[in-house]
Ligand binder design. Sequence first.
Ligand SMILES: Cc1ncc(COP(=O)(O)O)c(C=O)c1O
Length: 396
Amino acid sequence: MPTISNKGQQMPQSPIRKLVPFAEDAKKRGVKVFHLNIGQPDIKTPQIALDAVKNNTIEVLSYSRSEGSETYREKIANYYRTKNILVSAQDIIVTTGGSEALLFTFGSIMDAGDEIIIPEPFYANYNGFSAASGITIVPVISKIENNFALPAIEEFEKLITPKTKAILICNPGNPTGYLYTKEEIEKLAAIVKKHDLFLIADEVYREFVYDGLSHYSILQKEGLEQHAIIIDSVSKRYSMCGARIGCIVSKNNAVIATALKFAQARLSPPTYAQIAGEAALDTPQRYFDEVITEYVARRDTLIGELQKIKGLTVAKPKGAFYCIVELPVKNADHFAQWLLEDFNLNNETIMVAPAAGFYSTEGLGTNQIRIAYVLNKTDLIRSVEILKEALSTYTA
Ligand SMILES: Cc1ncc(COP(=O)(O)O)c(C=O)c1O
């Protein structure tokens, strides 16, 4: 019998999606499932983006340029300028989602056996992309007790070895909702410069920042041009997850030239989705104002309701739309599956993402779940009610 590669065997399942068959079974049994497991917003995609696809007159749905269409990249560069990120179209490669941007970046700057330092917990698929690239994640642990603030800079320096190639942050963070301050970015900038590393920032949630705080991008930091790589995506910004469009942004020409070779190998990003992405850049500010107001209300509702449950710990997110919740259970994986297989409250249950998959340190996060507050307030209140009742019933 032909065998599967070691790499293939080591590829982790996504904690966000691995319980889907159990959710599907629950639905077949007539149970309504509230999806708190995945960052799939219910927010409407801007009409301008949908219309651009509907109304176009393409007769041959052809490939585009590997780096993305010229007009789209020019417009993306304009968007960044409005965020005080001074880049040009030449600094941008359009990718098939932020996911491909991560894969191309890892492939461009790291070899098998190299190490990348990532504050943990982190976006679960960093585990998958690292496994696919043969690189090792060296986690620096942030804690729920400190609201997931960045550990002391000395903690990062202790972890640097001759194999370290990069530090990766997610800002604002999935799954913690943590927003890095300008001072924290400056400290990270000093480390990567001192040790000649790359600093990768996954900024796909850049717009989702709350409480009057503002986002500080690594590419706003002067002197970091050769080190900084931004990962970006339209998925969350415009609630366009299905478009599958993202990009890599860097002022480092060698990084862009190398990523372009990966981009050429997969030919081009999707053509229709680039049309939608380009049109989406004309989305009026009031769309974002309304969306942010909605997310703040959802966050406050969710956190407020969760805090009423005894024995549960939750850190208040400052951005993105996720939170990590520590539960009074031993094994959140088991609890999450049990919620779908064995529990319902008046024929309704919830699907959550067990948090262990958001860590690379064995044994961490086993009593935590990640909740995405992408549902409306009524559904969130009902979901917490279900969680509360489930916790009082669950005995394992
Ligand atoms: C932090 C982060 N980075 C990257 C991605 C990948 O997004 P996409 O491939 O849809 O652009 C996601 C998706 O949830 C994410 O949460």
